[in-house]
Design a protein around this ligand. Structure first.
Ligand SMILES: Nc1nc2[nH]cnc2c(=O)[nH]1
Length: 477
């Protein structure tokens, strides 16, 4: 029955392989349950680093953790069953940062989440009417490949930053260089040591073609991290302990089970339209939609290609349905205050492990639902132990660059911009925007305007608007 429902052998996979892939993807993504609360939530409204909204309101940490796991679990299972692809869904780092930094300070948290819900409905409508699929199919192959390569660079960057290997220089450093190696140019902190050792372990296992190499690597890294913490007691990181663990401290927990607090579910309001002028609200929604729309599109292309699931025209079969379910993730994420849920590039870890069907997603989703009750347990895996998997998977995705013909600069420049802007701006959508605009512009100025699909023109113009939103808002006061 499971075999028929998910067409496991038709995709050249086996049930154990799917389950192994689902577990690896969960291990690569579980950090979001710890990280999302730190981005959106606060302990108290009076904390110096509290993420207060315009009314001084906050989202409590434990409640954000619970809804993050809930929505990721439900949407990942739904996507697995309805779209039958091993692409897991959770709260996207791009949009939650946008919400915390730009949107919530202008309104209340429920109103900010209301905008996420509207963004989700727009995306679902664009997907259901076929517009999303039409754009998906209008993108030239070399740009689709560049998106996949750029995502590889982006996920490696996420791993390098989350592990503390790459760090932001202090604002007081008075230099134009934004990031550096470790602390003051040195990787001599225990958590970063665990990451570097873990990177070597995962790299060797994967390069030698060891089955379940990524999973074995992350488990080994976690054990090493627990031993290192037991011996050194470096503790949690922070301004007065820069050499500490960046999120979870790898300790055997004293308590294992707890009931999740789901009171944020339904805490949504559409009052932003009454609080702010309509143009501001429309521009904010426009920004959310473009970022969401193309992040998912790039991720789908990259993951589909990595899994070998795209057809001869480099199209993912039944992509329309996948895009509708993905859009529903934005609605669900907004409605539960976990922020927009989207396809996660980290699914590449499970695909590298062999996952090819939605069955893998069902396991990943169930583990997210289970994590709601075992929050102390998943917190054992420190980011420093999971991040090596992100970097190695980034390398696997990056290899696709060899299939792009780079002799013609009209291709090489947009491809390059797509690949570098993603990690450097920490956003898949920004990279796609830079690539699309430069592709259309170079074609138009070198006599190839007619060869560009009309939808590419439309999207490039929309991206000009996307990048112009900030300057435009300033201009209009
Ligand atoms: N595609 C994608 N993957 C992610 N993994 C973590 N955050 C994100 C995100 O915003 N988009």
């Amino acid at each position: 029955m499971i075999e028929r429902l998910f067409r496991v052998s038709e995709r050249g996979s086996t049930i154990p392989r799917e389950l192994r892939g689902g577990l690896v993807t969960f291990m690569a993504m579980a950090y979001i349950i710890v990280l999302n609360p730190l981005i959106l939530g606060s302990v108290t409204a009076t904390d110096p680093s509290a993420k207060t909204d315009a009314l001084g309101g906050i989202l409590p940490l434990a409640q954000v953790a619970a809804v993050t796991a809930l929505v990721a679990g439900v949407m990942t299972i739904l996507f697995g069953v309805l779209a039958n692809y091993p692409f897991a869904i959770a709260t996207g780092l791009g949009i939650n940062t946008l919400l915390a930094v730009t949107i919530a300070p202008l309104m209340s948290w429920p109103e900010a989440m209301g905008l996420v819900v509207i963004n989700g409905f727009i995306i679902v409508i664009l997907a259901a009417t076929g517009f999303r699929t039409a754009v998906f199919n209008a993108v030239p192959t070399e740009l689709k490949t560049a998106i996949a390569v750029g995502i590889g660079a982006f996920i490696a960057m996420i791993g390098l930053v989350d592990s503390g290997f790459v760090r932001r220089l202090p604002d007081a450093a008075n230099t134009t260089v934004p990031v550096g190696l470790g602390i003051d140019g040195s990787i001599a902190s225990w958590p970063t040591f665990v990451f570097v050792l873990g990177l070597l372990i995962v790299g060797v296992l994967v390069a030698r073609g060891v089955r379940a190499g990524i999973l074995i690597g992350v488990v080994l890294n976690t054990i090493i991290a627990i031993v290192v913490e037991a011996l050194t007691r470096v503790g949690p990181g922070g301004p007065d302990n820069p050499g500490g663990w960046s999120l979870a401290v790898p300790e055997l927990p004293s308590q294992i089970v707890g009931m999740p607090d789901l009171s944020l579910v339904g805490e949504v309001s559409f009052g932003a339209f009454a609080r702010l002028d309509i143009l501001t609200v429309v521009l904010l929604i426009f920004t959310l939609v473009l970022a969401n729309f193309f992040d998912a599109m790039g991720t789908l292309t990259g993951l589909g290609r990595q899994a070998g699931l795209n057809d001869a025209q480099d199209k993912l079969p039944n992509v329309g349905r996948a895009l509708v379910v993905e859009g529903a993730g934005a609605v669900a994420g907004g409605a539960a205050s976990s922020s927009s849920n989207t396809l996660f590039v980290e699914s590449a870890a499970g695909i590298a492990e062999g996952a090819r069907t939605g069955l893998a997603n069902v396991l990943t989703g169930l583990l997210f639902l289970l994590a709601m009750f075992f929050t102390p347990l998943y917190a054992i895996v420190p980011v420093e132990a999971a991040a090596p998997a992100l970097v190695v998977v980034g390398a696997l995705m990056f290899r696709q660059i060899t299939s792009i013909e780079l002799d013609d600069l009209r291709t090489a420049i947009p491809v390059f911009l797509t690949v570098v802007v993603m990690p450097f701006t920490y956003s898949i959508a920004n990279g796609i925007g830079a690539g699309f605009i430069s592709y259309v512009l170079l074609a138009a100025t070198t006599g190839r305007a007619r060869q560009v699909h009309p939808l590419m023109w439309v999207v490039a113009v929309l991206f000009v608007g996307y990048f112009g939103v900030g300057p435009l808002r300033e201009l209009l006061g």
